[in-house]
Design a binder for this molecule. Structure first.
Ligand SMILES: [Zn+2]
Length: 239
C-alpha cells in the first residue's frame, strides 16, 4: 500500500468526514441515505448478460458513497455497501431460490494498476463481505471464488460505449484455474457498477470457456440509464 493511501485510510478512521452520501456529520452512511435507496431492481437493459439485480441507481448518495469507498479510501463504507448488496442478492430471481449445496460468487476483476492505486481489489472485498452476510443466519451458503483476473493494459472504461468497452476487455480477462469453483455449481458475478453489461458478458464468456456457467449477477449500482451519474448513456436498447 502506498504511503498516501495508508494516510488516507488512517484519516478515515480518526477523522471521518460525515456521511459519504450527504455529508451529515457523525456516521459514514446515515440512516436517511440508507432508507433512501429503495428496493433493489432487476436490470432489464442488458441483452446477452446474465440476469442482474442492482442495489440502487448510480446517482445521488449511493454514487457518492461508492466513489468515496473506491477512489478516496473510505474503506469503512464496505460494511454499509455490503449490506446493500445483500438486499440485492436476496432479491435475485435465481440466487434467492432455495438451492442444495453451496453457490459461488465471482468478483469482476479490476485492472491491476487500478487495484494497486486503490490499495486492493475493492470488488473482491465487497464480495467477501457479501458472502459473510449471506452465511450469517444461514440465509444462503456461498463461497467466494476469485476465479477471474484482468491482464494489464486497456484503459478505464468510464465514458466508453458498449462496443468500446467490449473491445477494451477483449483478450484481457482470463480464468484462474486454481481458484475456479467446483464444476456444476451455481455461480454469480459481483460488480460495483453495471453500465452497458460489457464486463458481465465478458466475465460470463470467460468462465463459460472453462465450463463454468454463470447463473446471474449482483451489482451495487445500476448505471444503465446514465454515464457518470449526470449525462445520458449513448447505448440504446437493442431490438
Ligand atoms: Zn447521508
Amino acid at each position: 500500500m502506498s504511503a498516501a493511501r495508508l494516510l488516507t485510510e488512517l484519516l478515515d478512521l480518526v477523522l471521518p468526514d460525515g456521511c459519504a452520501g450527504c455529508a451529515a456529520p457523525g456516521q459514514h452512511w446515515c440512516p436517511r441515505c440508507a432508507a433512501d435507496q429503495g428496493p433493489p431492481r432487476l436490470v432489464t437493459r442488458l441483452p446477452g448478460a446474465p440476469p442482474t439485480v442492482a442495489a440502487g441507481t448510480y446517482a445521488g448518495p449511493l454514487r457518492q458513497a461508492l466513489l468515496a469507498y473506491k477512489e478516496r479510501g473510505r474503506r469503512r463504507l464496505a460494511d454499509p455497501l455490503a449490506d446493500l448488496l445483500v438486499d440485492a442478492a436476496l432479491a435475485h430471481p435465481v440466487l434467492a431460490r432455495p438451492a442444495p449445496g453451496r453457490s459461488w460468487l465471482v468478483p469482476a476483476p479490476s485492472r491491476p494498476a487500478a487495484s494497486r492505486a486503490r490499495g486492493g481489489d475493492h470488488v473482491r472485498t465487497l464480495t467477501e463481505a457479501l458472502a459473510e452476510r449471506l452465511a450469517d443466519g444461514s440465509r444462503r451458503s456461498v463461497g467466494v471464488s476469485p476465479g477471474l483476473r484482468m491482464h494489464a493494459g486497456g484503459r478505464d472504461s468510464v465514458g466508453l460505449d458498449a462496443a468500446a468497452r467490449a473491445a477494451n476487455l477483449r483478450g484481457r480477462l482470463a480464468p484462474r484455474p486454481e481458484y475456479l469453483p467446483p464444476p456444476g455449481v451455481e455461480v454469480f458475478l459481483v460488480d460495483d457498477v453495471v453500465t452497458t453489461g460489457a464486463t458481465l458478458r465478458a466475465c460470463a464468456a470467460s468462465l463459460a470457456a472453462v465450463g463454468v456457467r454463470v447463473a446471474g449477477a449482483i451489482t451495487l449500482c445500476d448505471a444503465t440509464g446514465t454515464h457518470c451519474g449526470n449525462r445520458w448513456s449513448a447505448n440504446r436498447p437493442t431490438a
